[in-house]
Ligand binder design. Structure first.
Ligand code: IMP
Length: 428
């Protein structure tokens, strides 16, 4: 079986963790290929809720080998905290593999992320403050630290010294903070070396060999298409490649081995942090959606901004990623609404567009063109087959499918693993 990419079609928090968990036992490897502990997967298994930030959600499935790929940025303190927390609840994390080429988030980048946001004031991005942006910036500037460096103390020291030469100037002279000591950083990182060593591997090679043996590899994105550093609402994005192309660079698997691209999309839209969001609802309608969908961030606890389904965003995600299947999540949250507005295009300064505007200026000024679909009164959380869904809910799904550029293969009707309607097998 070739590789499958699973990613978010909107601004994150679409429910990717649940989708991975459902594929569960049929997967051999689950690879996280971008981002770091800015992600928040909430997975409900057997009534227990697990909030994962850094670890791939496949860690909860016995038999699956979870992999942190080369495209990820790793905060080692968080890595071991999450492993300890899972093991305390009886989950075995012993199979976890970490790419030797993944980058490390040193403590000074967490500090820089937060002070930079404060410095930006009203121009802030609304980051998670976990050091993600500064660490990817270091990677591109070639002053980053990689997992492999933890096993070579003298190289590690040279790299930390080189990075701090510049960063301490910025911390002290621009931000008025204390300088960071080289020893403090080196000692902390070396302290993890023994525990880390058995997990570290050439994960690109191992995945390649697994595919040659006919095993199934799921490449799981953190964040989502509209937060991708190239294809998202720049600069209000994360600093990594959260789209299908990033799945290849972030794992070492070539595009010719990817057979399916599954995009998870919510039946409405949410966004955390700053940046344009054409269908956003402020006021009581947005509050009602937030309450009904429990839309509060897994990583930071921040209330999510909420709005109606945006079909041009889904179509854009279908195009950028080559989506073969959508998983539509949280349909149950829309129950009880008489009419459900859906965005089919935008008005931008007198022009009507049916695709996402090509410039951020136009996106900022875009007003959604809404069409209203019929709602349903019934509680649909018990639906397990297509026929169990009320006709209006079926029509809502079909209308979205028509507008969104790929088939909707799974419909989520509640948070639990079993609370779904499967229309097409994602691995079939
Ligand atoms: P960063 O990834 O911490 O640099 O934050 C950049 C932007 O991405 C901010 O708007 C965050 O709120 C957003 N973001 C990062 N990770 C997630 C996620 O897992 N879900 C939703 N938004 C996210």
């Amino acid at each position: 079986m070739p590789a499958i990419v699973l990613l978010g079609a909107q601004w994150g928090d679409e429910g990717k963790g649940k989708a991975t968990d459902q594929l569960g036992e049929r997967l051999d490897y689950v690879v996280k290929f971008n981002g770091g502990n800015n992600a928040g997967h909430t997975v409900v298994v057997g009534g227990e809720t697990y909030a994962l930030h850094l670890l791939p959600s496949g860690i909860l499935t016995p038999g699956v080998t979870p992999v942190i790929g080369n495209g990820v940025v790793v905060d080692l303190s968080v890595l071991f905290e999450e492993i300890d927390a899972l093991e305390a609840r009886g989950v075995d994390a012993g199979k976890l593999l970490v790419s030797s080429s993944a980058h490390l988030i040193p403590s000074y980048n967490r500090v820089l992320d937060r002070v930079t946001e404060r410095f930006l004031g009203s121009r802030k991005i609304g980051t998670t403050g976990r050091g993600i942006g500064p660490t990817y910036a270091d990677k591109m500037s070639r002053v980053g630290l990689r997992v492999e460096d933890v096993f070579d103390a003298s190289i590690l020291r040279q790299k930390v010294e080189a990075a701090l030469d510049l960063k301490n100037q910025v911390l002290v002279k621009v931000y008025n903070r204390r300088a960071v000591e080289v020893d403090e950083v080196v000692d902390e990182l070396l302290g993890y070396a023994d525990r880390l060593r058995p997990m570290v591997a050439d994960t690109g090679l191992l995945l390649h060999e697994a595919l040659d043996r006919g095993e199934t590899v799921l490449l799981e994105a953190g964040q989502a298409t509209m937060l991708d550093v190239d294809h998202g609402t720049y600069p209000f994005v994360t600093s990594s490649s959260a789209t299908a192309g990033g799945a290849c660079t972030g794992s070492g698997i070539p595009p010719t081995r990817v057979s399916r691209v599954v995009a998870v999309v919510k039946a409405y839209t949410t966004r955390v942090g700053e940046g344009p969001f054409p269908t956003e609802l402020s006021g009581p309608e947005g509050d009602a959606l937030r309450e009904a969908g429990a839309e509060f961030g897994t990583t930071t606890g921040r209330p999510r901004r909420c709005g109606w389904y945006d079909a041009p965003v889904a179509r854009y995600a279908a195009r950028v990623n080559g989506v073969t299947d959508f998983v539509l999540t949280k349909l149950d949250v829309l129950g009880g609404l008489e009419r459900i507005p859906v965005c089919t295009g935008y008005e931008v300064e007198g022009r009507t567009l049916d695709e996402l505007p090509a410039t951020q200026t136009d996106l900022h000024h875009a007003r959604p063109v809404l069409t209203e679909l019929e709602g349903w009164e019934e509680d649909i959380s018990g639906a397990r087959t297509w026929e169990d869904l009320p006709p209006a809910a079926q029509r809502y799904v079909e209308a979205l499918e028509e507008m969104s550029g790929a088939r909707i293969s799974v419909v989520g009707v509640g948070p639990g693993r079993e609370e779904s309607v499967v229309r097409h097998d994602l691995l079939g």
